[in-house]
Design a protein around this ligand. Structure first.
Ligand code: FMN
Length: 161
């Protein structure tokens, strides 16, 4: 039977298992940062676009103010530890590319790194942004798409009861 619950209780029923992604952004010093994301979506077919929602406290938010590019990374099944690192440490304190021993090569758009162990990477240029409470939604147009036939997608599993 449907009943009124608070949001965390109701949302807990529907958000796992879920796809999870990471976004690479450009730091002011020209190096790169990584953030784990659950709030992202495809938003246009032609041109292809993705939107990502970034909290205002995140270092990735600061990076996106200066450098209007991100690489949306769909992780491979071996990248669980990197997802944990990218989702729990801030790029203000840690260089996640070296701490996570990320294997990458330069992409085409502003040389945003392409993660070798990912399933797919989409190099995006930010076209617009909209504030959404304590997050901002950055809408990016996909400029280059990469995919890897040798990897399976990582899914964030349902929590054990
Ligand atoms: C599974 C998972 C999903 C997350 N989804 C988001 C998200 O969609 N948007 C966001 O701003 N932060 C999200 N976070 C939190 C950030 O990844 C986390 O605060 C990170 O340390 C921020 O790094 P930064 O300060 O280097 O940008 C998520 C974390 C986890 C573990």
């Amino acid at each position: 039977m449907m009943k009124i619950h608070n949001l965390p209780e109701a949302y807990a029923k529907v958000h796992l298992p879920s796809k999870v992604a990471m976004a690479v952004t450009v730091k002011p010093d020209g190096n790169f940062n990584l953030i784990t994301l659950e709030w992202f979506m495809r938003t246009s077919i032609a041109p292809p676009m993705f939107a990502i929602s970034i909290g205002h406290s995140r270092y990735s938010y600061d990076c996106l103010q200066d450098n209007r590019y991100f690489n949306l990374v769909f992780p491979g099944s071996t990248q669980k530890q990197l997802l944990t690192l990218a989702g729990s440490q801030s790029g203000r304190d840690v260089d996640k590319f070296s701490a996570g021993q990320v294997s990458s090569f330069p992409g085409k758009l502003k040389k945003l790194p392409i993660l070798k162990d990912a399933v797919a990477c989409f190099e995006c240029e930010v076209l617009s942004q909209v504030k959404s409470g304590d997050h901002t939604i950055f809408v990016g147009e996909v400029k280059y798409s990469w995919s890897n036939d040798d990897e399976d997608l990582f899914f964030f599993p349902k929590k054990a009861d």
